[in-house]
Design a protein around this ligand. Structure first.
Ligand SMILES: Cc1cc2nc3c(=O)[nH]c(=O)nc-3n(C[C@H](O)[C@H](O)[C@H](O)COP(=O)(O)OP(=O)(O)OC[C@H]3O[C@@H](n4cnc5c(N)ncnc54)[C@H](O)[C@@H]3O)c2cc1C
Length: 418
C-alpha cells in the first residue's frame, strides 16, 4: 500500500478517540481503512477525565494493557464539594462495580490520543496526518468519499464504500449538510488552566475527580493529571462569569476565592499554562448517518461535560458505528437503513445522560433528594454516572419528574433512510 492510495473500504475523518476506535475495529475486521487527521499528533485536546465504562471499547481495541502501563493517574472515585467547601464522602466506583473497570484513568489528551493513534496504526490502519477533510463527495444521495487538502495545499480525493465522520465539534458532515441543532438550554462558558504542584488528596483519592459548586449551579472541575499537573476548570453561565469583566485571570481568581476547597488545593501550586476558554453548546446532528456516511463522537453530538461522559459517548459510538459498518459491508448495502439501530442506541444513551445534566443544573434540586426519597434508585443514578446505560431507566425518570421539569426527548439524531 502506498501513500498515494486514495481508494479504501472505509475512510475515517478525524483521529480523536472516536475516529481511532472506529478505524481500529474496521481494520481488525479486515477492511482497508484510511484515517485522515488535519493535525500532527501529539496535539492538545480537552476532555481528561474518564468514567469506568470507557474500559470496554478500550478493551475491544487492545488498549487496556497500554493504559495500565501508562503513568496516567488512576481514578477510583468522584466527589462533590459544596459551596462552603464541605466535602461529600467520595463515591468509590468499586462499591458499585465488581470489575477491574472500577478503576479508570485521568488522561493527558495529547499523550493518550497519540497512544490511540499508534494503536490504530499497529492494527493496520493507514494514517494520514496534516490532511484536512474539506468536504464530502456525494454521488446523488450517497456519500462516496471526501475531498482533502494536504500540508502543501494539494487536493486529494479519498474514495470509500463508507465514510465515517469523527471530526469533533466542527464536524465536516454537520457543516456540509447543515445538520447541527443546538440545545438552547445547555449553553455554558468554560475557563480552564493547569496548575503544577497543587494539592492531591492522599492514597486512593489521589486521582479523584472533584466537582465543586459555586452559586447558581456554576462549578469547578479539579482533575489530577500526570507530571504533578492538575487541570482546573470553571464552568458557568455567561452572565455569571462575565458580568464584571472579560479578563480571564480576574474571573478565575474571583471564583477560586469563593470556594474554600479549590482555594486550599490550588494554594500550594503554581499556574503552569495560559487560560483556555470556550463556549460549550450541547448539540446533536439532525442525522447520525445516511447512505455511505456515519457520524461518530462529537461529530454526532456533544453534551455538557459535567459528568465526564464525553469520551464515553465518543468511544461507544466509535465501536457501535464500526460494528454497523462491518455488518453493512458484509451485506453489500451501506444505505442509511443499515445504521438505524446505531442511531437509536446512541440517541437513547445520550438522552439518559442529557436528563441527568438537566437535573444537575435544575434550580433547588440535588440528587440527594432522589436518593433520600427512593434509596433503591441510588444504584440507577450511579449506573448513569459510570456509563452502565444499557438498561431501562423508567423508574429513575419517573422519580426525577417529581422534582423537576425534564426535557422532552430530542427526536432527531437518527439515520436518514430516504
Ligand atoms: C470544556 C470541556 C471539558 C470536557 N471534559 C471532559 C471530561 O472530563 N471527560 C470526558 O470524557 N470528556 C470531556 N469533554 C468532551 C471531550 O473532549 C470530547 O467528547 C471528546 O474529545 C470527543 O472525541 P472525538 O474523537 O469525537 O473528537 P476530538 O477529540 O475533537 O477529535 C477530533 C479530531 O478530528 C480532527 N479534525 C477536525 N476537523 C478535521 C478535518 N476537517 N479533517 C481532518 N481532521 C479533522 C481534529 O484535529 C481532532 O484530532 C470535555 C469537553 C469540553 C469542551
Amino acid at each position: 500500500m502506498t501513500d498515494k492510495q486514495t481508494n479504501f473500504d472505509c475512510i475515517v475523518l478525524g483521529a480523536g478517540p472516536g475516529g481511532c476506535v472506529a478505524a481500529t475495529i474496521l481494520a481488525d475486521a479486515g477492511h482497508s481503512v484510511a484515517l485522515i487527521e488535519k493535525q500532527t499528533f501529539p496535539r492538545y485536546q480537552i476532555g481528561e477525565s474518564m468514567i469506568p465504562y470507557n474500559y470496554f471499547p478500550l478493551e475491544r481495541v487492545g488498549m487496556i494493557d497500554k493504559m495500565k502501563a501508562s503513568d496516567f493517574p488512576k481514578k477510583h472515585s468522584v466527589q462533590f464539594v459544596g459551596r462552603t467547601g464541605r466535602q461529600s464522602q467520595p463515591f468509590y466506583f468499586s462499591e458499585h462495580l465488581d470489575h477491574e473497570c472500577a478503576q479508570t484513568w485521568q488522561v493527558t489528551r495529547d499523550v493518550y490520543d497519540a497512544m490511540m493513534l499508534d494503536n490504530a496504526r499497529e492494527h493496520g490502519v493507514t494514517v494520514f496526518e496534516n490532511m484536512t477533510a474539506r468536504s464530502l463527495i456525494e454521488d446523488g444521495d450517497k456519500t462516496i468519499g471526501a475531498v482533502c487538502v494536504d500540508q502543501d495545499g494539494q487536493t486529494r480525493e479519498f474514495k470509500a464504500k463508507v465514510t465515517l465522520d469523527a471530526t469533533g465539534g466542527k464536524g465536516v458532515a454537520m457543516k456540509h449538510h447543515k445538520w447541527r441543532i443546538e440545545d438552547p438550554n445547555l449553553v455554558k462558558r468554560a475557563i480552564w488552566t493547569y496548575y503544577r504542584g497543587a494539592k492531591r488528596d492522599p492514597g486512593i483519592d489521589e486521582g479523584a475527580t472533584t466537582i465543586t459548586y459555586l452559586e447558581d449551579k456554576n462549578w469547578f472541575w479539579y482533575i489530577p493529571l500526570r507530571d504533578n499537573i492538575v487541570s482546573v476548570g470553571l464552568v458557568g453561565d455567561k452572565e455569571y462569569l462575565f458580568d464584571e469583566t472579560n479578563d480571564l485571570h480576574t474571573i478565575f481568581k474571583r471564583e477560586v476565592n469563593k470556594n474554600v476547597w479549590i482555594k486550599k488545593h490550588l494554594a500550594q501550586g503554581e499556574r503552569d499554562s495560559d487560560y483556555h476558554v470556550c463556549i460549550h453548546r450541547s448539540y446533536r446532528s439532525k442525522y447520525c448517518a445516511k447512505d455511505g456516511l456515519v457520524l461518530v463522537g462529537d461529530a454526532l453530538s456533544f453534551l455538557d461535560p459535567v459528568f465526564s461522559t464525553g469520551m464515553y459517548l465518543t468511544l461507544v459510538s466509535g465501536e457501535l458505528a464500526a460494528d454497523a459498518v462491518v455488518a453493512a459491508l458484509k451485506k453489500g448495502d451501506v444505505s442509511g437503513k443499515q445504521f438505524q439501530a446505531y442511531g437509536e442506541t446512541m440517541c437513547e444513551r445520550i438522552e439518559i445522560l442529557r436528563r441527568l445534566v438537566y437535573a444537575f443544573y435544575a434550580k433547588d434540586f440535588s440528587f440527594k433528594q432522589i436518593v433520600m426519597k427512593y434509596p433503591h434508585l441510588k444504584g440507577k443514578v450511579t449506573d448513569c454516572l459510570i456509563g452502565n446505560l444499557d438498561q431501562d431507566f423508567t423508574d429513575l425518570n419517573e422519580a426525577l419528574a417529581e422534582f423537576l421539569d425534564l426535557p422532552d426527548p430530542i427526536k432527531h439524531g437518527r439515520a436518514k433512510t430516504n
